[in-house]
Design a protein around this ligand. Structure first.
Ligand code: 2P0
Length: 339
């Protein structure tokens, strides 16, 4: 029997960004972060055990080897998991994204979380969450392991509105869904300004953050901002949330734009879009707010009732194939097929 173990893991969009890591431990963030788990923008990864000399990896319609720089993180992560738990079986991995890779839609978050889940399911013959837990892999453990592959991946293990706390020491990091996806029907429309691989990846950008004179002041203000954002989500206050989302995204970009090797993720067209969105909001045409990841694309956050009006406004400005429409989601799904 050659069974196929699959995980479908949505991406997440950070409201309070994970930006910068502490240097004295692996994957220990400089600050707590808070995100909304998405629904449709997801990675689906399947793993099956097979008799090969090395793991094999297919992403979309291409095969990758461990020498491919672009996906080196994947093989490193498989090796890390195998070494830590003594798994020797090689895996055949197949993965598909519902969005362009490396365009700032956190493909590493959904990708590394899906890889963690599918590979551990295959190695331990786990068909569902209960089986995984019986083998010692509860949700917190799975988030810890996903985080080692890519920091933001740990938040995608949970649905709704998710907080990742840095904790007092690197082994006490904590994850929690503060509100489920049913708490507030928020939507995220992603406006694509470039689908190309970005020039500076997030891992390098996290290191550069410390060289910005704006970084330490940012860290000192974040605990208060976190409380205000949590309160806005608790109260379903889109205006209070939205204004902080924009401050937070612009501050993160200001940090990287003032680093010792400055990085400009946003192009001219994206910058103009931010100004246009704000102007339209001031004039009462739309009620939506932006946030931005480490990439060139803009996430427009709005309530479900606003969606049609916003969509019309966006479609007057750009081709429909540059818009990805998503909403808050319930988190990962696992499935299993025997053959
Ligand atoms: C976030 N980002 O909170 C922030 C905001 C991008 C902008 O976490 O080095 O790919 O793999 O831990 O998780 C992207 O960084 O970095 C990220 P690594 P990751 O979503």
């Amino acid at each position: 029997m050659n069974a196929n173990y699959s995980a479908t893991v949505p991406s997440n969009i950070a409201f309070i960004k994970y930006w910068g890591k502490r240097p004295n431990a692996p994957q220990w963030p400089a600050n707590d972060s808070l995100s909304m788990t998405l629904n449709q923008l997801a990675t689906r990864t399947s793993a099956r055990r097979y008799q090969g000399d090395d793991h094999s990896l297919r992403l979309g319609d291409r095969m990758y080897t461990r020498n491919d720089k672009q996906l080196g993180k994947t093989f490193v992560h498989l090796d890390r998991l195998a070494l830590r738990f003594g798994f020797t079986q090689k895996l055949q991995i197949t993965s598909t994204n519902s969005f362009p890779m490396g365009a700032g839609i956190a493909s590493s978050a959904s990708g590394l979380a899906a890889l963690t889940l599918a590979s551990l399911m295959a190695w331990t013959d786990s068909k569902n969450w209960d089986d995984l837990e019986r083998h010692g892999f509860d949700r917190t453990m799975l988030a810890d392991l996903s985080r080692l592959g890519s920091g933001s991946a740990c938040r995608s293990l949970f649905g709704g509105f998710v907080q990742w706390e840095a904790g007092p020491d690197p082994d006490s990091q904590r994850y929690a869904s503060l509100f489920s996806d049913e708490h507030w029907a928020l939507r995220d429309t992603v406006v694509l300004f470039s689908s190309e691989q970005k020039a500076v990846g997030s891992t390098a950008a996290h290191e550069l953050a410390w060289s910005s004179p704006l970084f330490i002041p940012r860290l000192s203000g974040l605990p208060e901002r976190m409380e205000l954002v949590k309160q806005a989500v608790a109260d379903r206050e889109i205006q209070a949330l939205g204004l902080w989302l924009e401050v937070e995204a612009l501050e993160m970009h200001a940090v990287i734009m003032t680093a010792s090797q400055p990085v400009h993720y946003l192009n001219q067209e994206a910058l103009q879009f931010l100004a246009d969105l704000r102007q339209a909001r001031q004039q009462g045409e739309i009620h939506a707010y932006f946030t931005i990841d480490a990439g060139p694309n803009i996430h427009v956050i709005h309530e479900a009732g606003e969606h049609e009006r916003l969509k019309l406004w966006l479609q007057r400005r750009m081709a429909a194939d540059r818009l990805l429409h998503d909403s808050v989601g319930a988190g990962p799904r696992l499935d299993f097929q025997s053959e």
